[in-house]
Each structure stands twice: as structure tokens, then as C-alpha cells.
Ligand binder design. Structure first.
Ligand code: B12
Length: 254
């Protein structure tokens, strides 16, 4: 007779083992206590696109700011899914479904935020070639727009040539690059060099997953920050004519 341990199979099919918590139970411990936020976080976790919108509508009509909900609820839900995926509790399909629900939520918040500002400046944003992880970029795009910037969003898996052409065409105040994988982040270096070859010295703000401050410090135009929510603050300083050294001084960890 084969000596098979059924644990893995039971876990895979979400069968509760004695004394063990199910993924839902583990996640619930991490949900926020505010019921309005909790409903949104739970809907992202469940990957329920309709419920995300219903819960967002409910929170907004109770007085919550749609842009703040991106950080406080949509991202919170996705971070829980990411954490449980890293811990081996959830699987890739769970992540994909949750990311779709989160993206729908971001689009909804963007539509209803209704903030209209005069345009403070143009920013070009992209995810590096070979990389399709675009949730962080979507967040920073919405945050920049809601803070009065026009964003030329080049999407994900963008070749270096396309980035350079867009910068030459739109002459932005800064470029933002996202990379979530150690295998893709090296193209930041190439973009930096091509910008310099073309005589362009704009801040190149880079972030996402495996990217670190030490890595970004290796190239002249690079500015690093961990959280996309900080990017509008960087843009505000650039508009006030602050240079790359000053931005590094202010936003880098010393
Ligand atoms: C969601 C996800 C996916 C989704 C992506 C959906 C999408 N549309 O983005 C799907 C399922 C498609 C996917 C696919 C793959 N994935 Co994946 N994925 C993840 C996961 C679980 C979460 C990432 C995420 O969206 N987090 C939520 C957002 C909000 O966080 P974020 O992107 O980090 O953004 C935050 C900051 O980084 C920052 N930020 C982001 N961008 C920027 C930009 C600037 C300028 C600044 C300042 C800040 C900033 O601000 C954000 C908010 O604070 C991570 C694991 C993890 N825990 O991170 C793996 C992960 C990134 N994936 C990984 C891998 C390997 C893959 C695949 C190769 C898997 C496979 N074998 O097929 C493919 C890659 C396909 C490709 N070519 O890109 C690895 C990468 C390993 C590495 N270090 O290189 C990770 C780390 C998982 C792991 N532990 O192995 N993935």
C-alpha cells in the first residue's frame, strides 16, 4: 500500500483540518474593524467584483473619501491576499481574481472622486518590459491624477524604446517606473542611460516589489520610495523646482 499523507490534498481543496485555520479564518483576523472598510477588504479578498463596488458605494455615501479608500481598503485587501499567497495559504487563481476586483474598485474610485484641479504637470508612468504586475502603477496613477497631475500611462510590459519616445513626446516633469521582479528591474538602468543620452535629466521615480533604494541609487536619475502613495508628494516638490539630490535627501531612508 502507498504511504500517502493526505494533508496536502485536503489543504488544496480547502478542507478544514482539525486545529487548523482555513484561509478565510486566517484572513478575517487581518480585516480592519471598521465595518465599512471591512466590507470592501472582504470583497477584494473574495474577488467579488460586484460586491467591491456595492461596498465602496456604501462607504462613500457614509462620507468616506473615495481616494482614501484606495489606500485604506482596496490596497489593504490586496495586501492580505499577497501575504497569504506568499505564505502558501492562497493560490495564483485567488490572486488573479482578487487583483481584478481591486482594479475594478480603483476604476470606480477614480470615476467618482470628482476632484478637478488645474493641471500641475505631466507625468509618464509605466511597468518595465517583461513585467505585467501593474496594480501598484494603477494606484500611483490614480493618486497622481487626483492630486492634479496629467498621467500618460503607458501600461505594463513596456519596452525601453517606447518609454523614451513617450518622454521625448510629452516632456513630463518626471517618469515613474514599476517592477515587481528581480528579473525585470535591470531595465531601469537602461532607461536611465537612454534618457541621459537624449539630454533629458528628469527625476526617474522607481518602485515596486524587489526594487530597493540601494539598487536605484546606482543610476543618476533614480529616486526610490517604497509606497506609491508618496509619489504625488515627490511630484509636488519637483513642481517647486527641487532637484534630484534634494528629492533623495527628503525621500530616501538615511
Ligand atoms: C498579484 C501578483 C500577480 C498577478 C499580477 C496581477 C496584476 N495585474 O498586477 C499575476 C497573478 C498575474 C502574477 C503573475 C506572475 N507573478 Co506575481 N505576484 C503577485 C503578488 C501576489 C502581489 C503583487 C501585488 O499586486 N501587490 C499589491 C500591490 C498594491 O503592491 P505592489 O505592486 O508591491 O505596489 C506597492 C509598492 O511596491 C509600491 N509601488 C509599486 N509600484 C511603484 C512605483 C513607484 C514609482 C513607487 C515609488 C512605488 C511603487 O507601491 C504600492 C503600494 O504601496 C506578488 C507577491 C507579493 N507579495 O508582492 C507576486 C510576485 C510579484 N509575482 C511573482 C512572480 C514570479 C510571478 C510570475 C512569474 C508567476 C508565474 N510563475 O507565472 C508571473 C509573472 C508574469 C509577468 N511576466 O509579469 C514573484 C516575483 C519574484 C521576484 N522577486 O522576482 C512574486 C514576488 C511572488 C513570489 N513571492 O514569488 N502575479
Amino acid at each position: 500500500m502507498l504511504d500517502i499523507d493526505p494533508t496536502g490534498i485536503l489543504v488544496r481543496y480547502n478542507v478544514k483540518l482539525e486545529g487548523e485555520l482555513t484561509p478565510d479564518e486566517i484572513a478575517r483576523e487581518l480585516f480592519p474593524s471598521d465595518i465599512l472598510l471591512r466590507n470592501i477588504v472582504e470583497a477584494v479578498f473574495e474577488g467579488d467584483e460586484d460586491e467591491v463596488i456595492i461596498a465602496l458605494k456604501e462607504a462613500v455615501s457614509a462620507g468616506k473619501d473615495p481616494i482614501t479608500l484606495i489606500d485604506d481598503a482596496l490596497m489593504k485587501g490586496m495586501n492580505i491576499v499577497s501575504q497569504l499567497y506568499d505564505d502558501g495559504v492562497l493560490f495564483l487563481p485567488d490572486v488573479i481574481i482578487a487583483s481584478h476586483a481591486m482594479t475594478d474598485g480603483i476604476e470606480y474610485c477614480k470615476q467618482i472622486s470628482g476632484k478637478t484641479h488645474e493641471c500641475k504637470g505631466t507625468v509618464v508612468s509605466y511597468v518595465v518590459e517583461g513585467d505585467i504586475h501593474d496594480i501598484g502603477k494603477k494606484i500611483l496613477t490614480v493618486l497622481l491624477k487626483s492630486n492634479g497631475y496629467e498621467v500618460i500611462d503607458l501600461g505594463s510590459d513596456v519596452p525601453t524604446d517606447e518609454v523614451i519616445q513617450a518622454v521625448l513626446k510629452y516632456r513630463p516633469i518626471m517618469l515613474t517606473g514599476t517592477s515587481l521582479m528581480t528579473t525585470t528591474m535591470y531595465s531601469f538602468m537602461e532607461v536611465n542611460n537612454r534618457l541621459l543620452e537624449n539630454g533629458i535629466r528628469i527625476p526617474f521615480v522607481c518602485g515596486g516589489g524587489a526594487v530597493t533604494q540601494d539598487f536605484v541609487m546606482n543610476y543618476e536619475l533614480g529616486i526610490y520610495c517604497e509606497d506609491a502613495a508618496v509619489v504625488p508628494k515627490i511630484a509636488d516638490m519637483i513642481v517647486q523646482n527641487r532637484g534630484i539630490d534634494e528629492l533623495r535627501e527628503k525621500f530616501h531612508v538615511h
